[in-house]
Each structure stands twice: as C-alpha cells, then as structure tokens.
Design a protein around this ligand. Sequence first.
Ligand code: UDP
Length: 471
Amino acid sequence: HRLYDVTPPARDPQLLEQVIGAERFAAFVAAGRETAARFDGRKIININSTPAGGGVAEMLESLVSYARGLGIDAQWHVIEGDDRFFEITKRIHNHIYGLPGDDGPLGEAEHADYFAVHQGVADRLAEIVGPDDIVVVHDPQPAGLVPLAKQLGVPVLWRCHIGVDVSTPHDVEGWEFIRRYAEPADTYLLTRVGYAPEWMDRSRLRTVRSSIDPMAPKNRPLEPAFVRDVLVHYGLIAGEQPGPLAYPRKDGSTGWVTRRADILRAGPPAPADAPLVVQISRWDRMKDMPGVARAFADHLLDTDAHLALVGPAISGYADDPEGAEQMLEAMSAWRALPGSARERIHLACIPMTDLEENALVINALQRHAAVVTQKSISEGFGLTVVEAMLKGTPVVGSTVGGLLEQIVDAESGLLVEATDLPGFADALRRLLTDSDYAEKIGAAGRERALDLFTADRHLARYGKLIAETLA
Ligand code: UDP
C-alpha cells in the first residue's frame, strides 16, 4: 500500500479578486499571510483516499493550491487502498448514511483488513510528517491514520465530510467502526453540528462549510456559444459538430475538447433549444438518479423540457466499488420507461480521464441547464448544488443534510422532500414555466454561493481552526 503525494502547484489567489471584489480579497490575503506567519513553515498535511472524483478531491485541489499561493506549506497525500479496503469503506459509508449496502459485516475481520492498509503506510507517514507539522485526515477511508499520526506527536484533525442528522433514528454501526480510529483526533471537523455521533467530545468539535473555487475549470466563466459547442462535441445536445474547440488549460497550454462518440449513454442528445433539467452525480444510491427520472417521466412530459442525468464513466472512481452497479441500475430504470419518456430523458457517463476537460463539460452543463437538481436521499454537502448556484442556475434540492443549509427554500433555490416526487416535479415546473421567478432564484443562489461557499471563506475558516490546535 502506498501513501503518495498529489500536492498541486501553488495557485495565485489574485485570481479570486475578480469574483469576490477588491475589499474582500484584500482581507483574505491579509488573513492568509498572518496564518502563514503563524504556521511558520509547518506543513499542513492533508490525506484522503482518492486523487480525483467526488467533492473532497475537488476541494483539496483548490484549497491546497491557494494555501500554497499564500505561502502556507499545505500538502495533499492520497492513501491507496485495494478492493477489499474500499468494499469495507463503502460499507461504512452506507451505514453512516443509512443506505442499503452489500449486507456484509463490519466485524473484527473488517477491522483487521481496514487497519492493515493504514499500518502498511505507517513508515511512509512517519517520513512525511515532521515534528512540527499538522495532519488533517479527510473522511472515514483514511481514518486509521489518525492514531498513527497521533503516535508521531503532532496535532491531528479529522475532517469528516459525510454525515446525517443524528437526532433522528440512525444507523450507528458505521460510526462505531470509525470511532476506534477517529476518536483520538484533537479536533473533529464536521459540516454540521447535528452530524456528530454521541461519542464525539463536543469540546473538540468544530464545523466547516464546504466550498468551491470560482476560478477552477469547473466554475470559471464560459461564453454561451462555447458552452453550446462543448455540449455538442460531447453529444449531450444536438447540433452541427463545430470545428476544433480550444480552451486554456491551467498550466497555460491550449487544450482541445475531445470529440466524443464513445460516451456510454442512453437516449438521444437533447435538442439544443429545449430547457434542460440536469442532475450531475456519482452513480450512488444516495443520489437517487432513478427517482429523478421517474419524477420527470410521471409528471413533466407535458412540458417542453428534457432531463439529463450525468455521472462519471464508471472507471472513474477508485474508492467507489458500487458505481458500476448503480450506473447499470439507472440504465435499467431508463430502459423500463415508456418510449415517450425515453425520448426526453438522457443518461450519460462522462470520462474522467482528463479532469480538466471533464470539469469543462460539467461547467458547460451547469451553465446550459434551465434547472439543476440534487434530489439526494442523503447528502453531507452537495457541491454540485453550489456549483450551479454560483453560475446563477436555479436549483432544486431535497430537504436532507447539508442541502438544508446550502439552499434557503424559495429564496436561493427550492427544497422538497426526497420522496415527494409530485412535489419535486411541481418545483421544477415552477422554475421551468416562470422565467422571472427562475431568474430571481438563480440570482439569489449566486449571491449565497459567493457569500458563504467559496474557497476564500473556506480557507480562512481552516486557517483559524488549524491555528487553534497550536494554541
Ligand atoms: N462530478 C464530476 N463529474 C461527474 C459527477 C460529479 O466532476 O460525472 C463532480 C461534481 O461536479 C462535484 C463532485 O463531483 O464537484 C461531487 O460532489 P458532491 O458534493 O455533489 O457529491 P459527492 O460525490 O462528494 O457525494
């Protein structure tokens, strides 16, 4: 097993100024410099279990690169697991979210196989972590590194990005499994206080809001004509194939958008001028892609809208063994729909082989969308929602987890119960048919995303919380 370095290069935070304004930018940089001085060369070592795919990798890439741009020696390392390891961690994930899983146990045999992966990289960890450094372990997968890092005598923060409100009946088995490893952390960083299992010492508990980087390939501004061309290139909307499509890559080189004929998909491309409802998610039960298709098929075929359900090509995620199965399930759900619905509902798996290009396509979809949905059954924090909000695209989310904080219902988006398919369809219909309302909701969503959920806010909060561990 390996623990390998994927630290991105420094990114100049100046990029953010055009989005957050001069005053806020100046305050951010001043605070960042102060934090850098406070850390005094200490490395801030972040560890998760996948270099790409999903929200955590997305955030680490931008936060670590901006922190480096501010003179903080933030690093990002990834622990490599095997199939058995990810089978166990997916089980933990499903238990925490109360989702049906593979019914397998979480007993002593699983503890042994899980922790063996962390013990296998203990020497490497000791090489990476110096006596003055600080370790931030992200999510349950690498949680076995918490006690190992503690043994090195450094402050350890456990940032758990997932969670459900534990005030309602919930499954404790996943939390109990993790407790054995995560409990000794100096600080528990959760998205919401209500996610904390009972064993967490409240005096060590802090909350952090997740964020997006407004200037990342996933979010940076794009011209409408370019958006259309990218989506045509990918066969997501119909149209004349444009000529070669260039875009600037992060390293300053020119990228060319791939002409994709090889995308695994169901349904024809959506007409370019039809309002498009879009949900972008990993193929995971908690995202309920089949439920979105059902709601659309049962209640919205009388509109002129189309629906696109978009996820990663199934090889994309190292840490998600159920992705392929869930993708196939969404495909079967689509196949079971009447022909009139299949014409209007489009499934696509977008390759993750080139992450910058993938981000560009997702960016284009979120901009082209009339409405972006996230009808999750559970959701720790839905980055896809913030990504859409930042683009001024109105969102419909479900009343679960982080979405409850992200969206103020009827102000910066609409919230409906995940199981209420007619209610979900009504919310979509309102946004599809009342363009003034949709615009108002979209604009308020953008304001909220900028105010609360952008990288500068997130970094400032991390800086403060990490500094606390040195006090
Ligand atoms: N994402 C992507 N390609 C896909 C599906 C998702 O790039 O095919 C991205 C999406 O844009 C978002 C992240 O993966 O940035 C998903 O984060 P979110 O918090 O919504 O859900 P998670 O996957 O962490 O449960």
